[in-house]
Ligand binder design. Structure first.
Ligand code: OFO
Length: 160
């Protein structure tokens, strides 16, 4: 593989792990608020981000390249409201989308067809990631205290 792509993919792999920690911190914010449905939903999100990192990891290993695990800044742990958590999440996902698209641009430039194929999965996944948070933001904006309780119960059922 082209060195530039290996470096860029390693960077994204580590950003996926950073994303996992962003959602792990949010999960525990909800745990502290006793919003157990949100806590569960963000735990599923956390695990999904680890899977996103692992998908890059497996791909780089399959292609005989070296995976490099790095550190990253601490995530935000305190929030003022449920809405702030969700808006922070949506902005985070928009940044992920921007980075995935930049990776796709690079794959196209390098005519790296296997990487294009892998990255298409992430392009599609990001549509879902942004839609999930946009939908939750719309719901929470419409809601009173009782509605939030009902939504918390619904989120407790998330499987993937
Ligand atoms: Fe890995 O998509 Fe969210 O961050």
């Amino acid at each position: 593989m082209n060195e530039k792509m290996v470096k860029a993919m390693n960077k994204q792999l580590n950003f996926e792990l950073e994303s996992a920690h962003v959602y792990l911190a949010m999960q525990n914010y909800f745990a502290a608020m006793s919003l157990t449905g949100f806590e569960h939903w963000f735990n599923v999100q956390y695990k999904e981000e680890v899977e996103h990192a692992e998908k890059f990891m497996e791909y780089l290993n399959d292609r005989g390249e070296r995976v490099e695990v790095t550190g990253f800044p601490s995530p935000k742990n305190e929030f003022s409201s449920v809405l702030e958590v969700l808006e922070t999440s949506l902005n985070h996902e928009k940044e992920v989308t921007r980075r995935i698209h930049a990776l796709m641009d690079l794959a196209i430039e390098l005519k790296d067809y296997p990487s294009m194929s892998l990255l298409q999965w992430y392009v599609d996944e990001q549509v879902e990631e942004e839609a999930n948070f946009s939908m939750l933001i719309d719901k929470v904006k419409m809601m009173d205290g009782k509605g939030l309780y009902m939504l918390d119960r619904e989120l407790g059922k998330r499987e993937e």
